[in-house]
Design a protein around this ligand. Sequence first.
Ligand SMILES: CC(C)(COP(=O)(O)OP(=O)(O)OC[C@H]1O[C@@H](n2cnc3c(N)ncnc32)[C@H](O)[C@@H]1OP(=O)(O)O)[C@@H](O)C(=O)NCCC(=O)NCCS
Length: 397
Amino acid sequence: MKNVVIVDSVRTGLAKSFRGTLNMTRGDDMVAHCIDALLDRNPNLPADAVEDIIMGCGNPEGPTGHNIGRNAVVLSKLPITTSGTTVNRYCSSGLQTISMAAGQIMAGGYDTIIAGGVEQITQVQPVMNMNGFVNDKINENEPGIYFPMGQTAEVVAKRYSVSRESQDEYSLQSQLRTAEAQEAGRYDDEIIPMKTQMLLVNKETGEQKVVDAECVKDECNRPTTTLDGLAALNPVFDPENGSVTAGNSSQLSDGASVTLVMSEEKALELGLKPKAYFRGFTTVGCAPDEMGIGPVFAIPKLLERYKLSIDDIDLWELNEAFAVQVVYCRDELGISMDKLNVDGGSIAIGHPFGMTGSRLTGHMIRELQNRDKQFGVVTMCVGGGMGAAGLLERYPS
Ligand SMILES: CC(C)(COP(=O)(O)OP(=O)(O)OC[C@H]1O[C@@H](n2cnc3c(N)ncnc32)[C@H](O)[C@@H]1OP(=O)(O)O)[C@@H](O)C(=O)NCCC(=O)NCCS
């Protein structure tokens, strides 16, 4: 089996859905923009060496429909000979595509694949095709599969008695860590600025106009967040008895990320400098109505397969879909806060569903290097009731 390395990973900044700087930018344009930037900053990689694009998307419809992997090839500087495909495993799509690329390379079928993910929530979510969406048989036996994700978060909070206080404390930490990392420039290397046009709506008058804009950084986080401010927010998904709020949920946002996955031998032959080995990946199903706890099942399976323990892992990127499920997974698995989401996460940064797995991988490979650590796990819960987890190892310098 060939060794698989991650050479680079870049992304757009994450912009608040509906009112951020990417609110008029198509998902396929975002992906092509990231691919071109990846090629530009890796001049040793000839464009025609890229054999395939595997693009993840949680709601691959409308402007992220058709086959966004292939369409991004045609929009980008890649030659027409590069193929492209689209993959959906909801919130883990961007990690799923990296693992699929890695698997193809390990098996010897490919040497160079660009994987990643995209989500354009602004343009897709309000107009999704719901025609025939629900299968009555599934709805009768497993209604949770159709729950809005926030409702599954409420199930986790109540079923496992995760307090509102612990969710808000965790969320404050996410905001503060993200703010500190942004300030220290630890997100700068992975973000590719993108000039856009955006729709600006005046909150008071409702007046709308299209203006020139640029997405240069993550736009969602609120560095001035306080515990009192979080505690004052009303529950969104169960207004009477709930605990999940806008402040302790991941934020709806738009963005794309691409990751260069290669065989170690090809990367070295081209004079590229790998950042990490991609060692392995796994998924497990769980009850759909408590999908947030998926990592509790995926992580032990991954670690057992690769003969590692929780303590062997130096850094964790456990996607912050909702604070409630991160808190539950953290405590159930015994993960230390010193190693968990060290630069914050989706509660502060935003979570364009299909994109996030690639973003987390891109940040993990940098933080393994910055902090001189060996093993990192990227993991997340997945809609429909699943957990996904991938293992990375820092490439020796
Ligand atoms: C929870 C949710 C519905 C909230 O949507 P929203 O109302 O658009 O959220 P906003 O970020 O605009 O926050 C609403 C208000 O809450 C308050 N708020 C949010 N975060 C806050 C914080 N950290 N501190 C203080 N106030 C905060 C603000 O008053 C904000 O209004 P403002 O934008 O005028 O400041 C939405 O973020 C959501 O659906 N999240 C989950 C996404 C999801 O399911 N992902 C899949 C995971 S599996």
